[in-house]
Ligand binder design. Structure first.
Ligand code: HEM
Length: 518
């Protein structure tokens, strides 16, 4: 009874407060401070837009963009009491990338390192700028050149680039990486678990497209970066990773353990493999790539322990493997689903494999780079399936476009907003149409085409990613005849789970294909 009586009292007390708050926030304040980004109205103070953001951030951001008249001016959301600015115009994004001093990535990456299992002292050590004495000592020990005296996090960015940007080191790694893809795509290499059926002479099979692609790319990446030893520690490393990756959004959004047990168990298993791997003597891991060895040496020299090195490199393993197989899966699916495109791609890639001798991975790669339909399909597939978001923290009050951003806020760049801009990519931007890039190949260089991000966090793996994706597609449609096995609907993109990279297919959805040797 008392509760019912007090209900109107609560309403009468809080309603005026709520109305005052709402008017201040969404009417008075924007009038007084017109240069600040406008905030999308919301109803519950502090919580703000948290729930719709987690449910489907792209839908919320699109709603906000349209609410503000589709001007693509920066606007703000409120997520758990924090202002989060959203950029949706390529011009503003370019401005943001030109200001890495005020708009930084450091706090976000530090937080990720801690959550990935790095200890406080190790994370502190890798963020500490080395003293001149330490630099001199490292130089004398033959450490990786550090002329600007960078702390290890920024030094590792230069190490990523030294391995992954075009040059001798990338060439060496690519020969191993692409060679393994060629090998895994051999008829005899497909694991039985991926084969659903075969004819008597085993010249035709029914296989899971997703399984085939995921297996070949994860295996090639794991082996070429970390060598045999990681499989000796535990041959199931790829399974643990795949199980973690399936629900890795729960990790990003810090979903409590009770609701994310499957992901947490898979992550722990994968992390244990990395821990044991980095505990092995280095001589047993001599076939790992230059970058892994160099990062390990630099981290040891900075005083970090093997467990912290393992946490850092497991984070790298995630970016290495989280996106490429998904992009390849979508590209292959679109080719298979569209018979006209299938024929065009086959016409382009088949001649590569018709000779009596098997072409070398480098020969194949050299040719794949110059195939207009394949190139257009690659760019279109990336455009459609990208859901990456770049995060920056506003360290100092600054201006982007016509609005001023306040120190202490966070800024997000959801690339999907630009990749689906019909003013750039033409009508019906959500549909897959190879013609967009076939007719205008220069679209791939448009500032709105940013599947690999930009600025200081511009994906250093983009060159390798392109090589692995094109190689796998080239072999799949060049060596084999691939057709859908019976009527199947096109696999759906997983839009219900938040995603910060390339979107995967809905759990359990796949294309089951007939694969025939030619
Ligand atoms: C289709 C495949 C891929 C896509 C779409 C992709 C996309 C991206 C994006 C959007 C970022 C920037 C994230 C941000 O700004 O916070 C990024 C960062 C990064 N990517 Fe990729 N990536 C792919 C494959 C790869 C591969 C194969 C590697 C490694 C060989 C790799 C290594 C990295 C690294 C190390 C970073 C962090 C860079 C830094 O913070 O300095 N990526 N990637």
């Amino acid at each position: 009874m008392g509760t019912i009586d007090s209900f109107p009292a609560i309403i009468f007390t809080f309603a005026p407060l709520w109305v005052t708050w709402w008017l201040w926030r969404f009417v008075i304040s924007p009038t007084l401070y017109p240069s600040r980004p406008k905030i999308l109205p919301y109803y519950i103070p502090w919580l703000g837009h948290v729930l719709p953001f987690i449910r489907d951030n792209n839908r919320l951001i699109t709603r906000a963009r349209l609410y503000f008249g589709n001007t693509r001016e920066p606007f703000a959301l409120v997520l758990g009491g924090q202002y989060v600015y959203i950029l949706t115009s390529s011009k503003d994004v370019t401005t943001c990338f030109q200001n890495p001093k005020d708009l930084t990535f450091d706090a976000y990456i530090e937080d990720m390192q801690l959550r990935f299992g790095g200890s406080q002292p190790a994370v502190k050590a890798i963020w500490t700028v080395p003293s001149p004495e330490d630099l001199e000592k490292r130089k004398n020990e033959g450490g990786y050149p550090n002329p600007h005296g960078r702390h290890l996090v920024h030094l590792s960015e230069t190490i990523f680039k030294a391995q992954l940007h075009p040059g001798a080191r990338l060439n060496k790694l690519s020969i191993t990486f692409l060679g393994i893809i060629h090998d895994r795509m051999n008829w005899g290499s497909t694991p039985d678990s991926l084969i659903r059926g075969r004819n008597q002479t085993d010249t035709e099979r029914i296989v899971s497209l997703k399984g085939l692609i995921q297996h070949a790319l994860l295996y090639a990446a794991t082996m070429s970066f970390f060598g045999q030893a990681i499989f000796r520690v535990d041959p199931k490393i790829m399974d643990y990773f795949a199980a973690f990756d399936e629900d890795s959004w729960q990790f990003t959004y810090q979903v409590p353990e009770f609701f994310s047990r499957k992901m947490i168990i898979a992550k722990r298993r994968a992390q244990r493999v990395f821990d044991e791997y980095f505990n092995l003597p280095q001589s047993e891991r001599a076939d790992s790539c230059w970058m892994v060895q160099t990062l390990e040496k630099e981290m040891l020299a900075a005083g970090t322990k093997s467990k912290d090195i393992s946490a850092y490199l497991m984070m790298f393993y995630w970016v290495l493997n989280g996106n490429a197989w998904k992009a390849t899966f979508w590209l292959a699916s679109h080719i298979i689903f569209n018979s006209e495109l299938n024929t065009l791609i086959e016409d382009e890639v088949r001649p590569l494999f018709l000779g009596s001798a098997e072409p070398s991975p480098e020969e194949v790669m050299g040719c794949l780079n110059n195939m207009p339909v394949l190139s257009a399909a690659y760019n279109e597939a990336l455009r459609i399936c990208t859901s990456s978001i770049t995060v920056r923290d506003v360290l100092k009050d600054c201006t982007v476009g016509r609005v001023s951003l306040q120190k202490g806020s966070r800024l997000l760049i959801p690339y999907k907003q630009m990749l689906l801009d019909e003013h750039v990519f033409g009508s019906d931007p959500e549909s897959f149409q190879v013609g967009r890039f076939l007719e205008k190949p220069e679209l791939a260089k448009d500032p709105s085409s940013r599947s690999f991000g930009g600025g200081i966090t511009y994906c250093p793996g983009r060159f390798l990613a392109q090589k692995e994706i094109l190689t796998l597609i080239g072999i799949l449609f060049g060596r084999y005849e691939i057709r859908l096995h019976g009527g199947q609907h096109f696999p759906r993109m997983e839009m219900k789970k938040p995603c910060l990279g390339i979107v995967g297919p809905v759990e359990g959805e796949d294309f089951i294909v007939q694969m025939k040797r030619i």
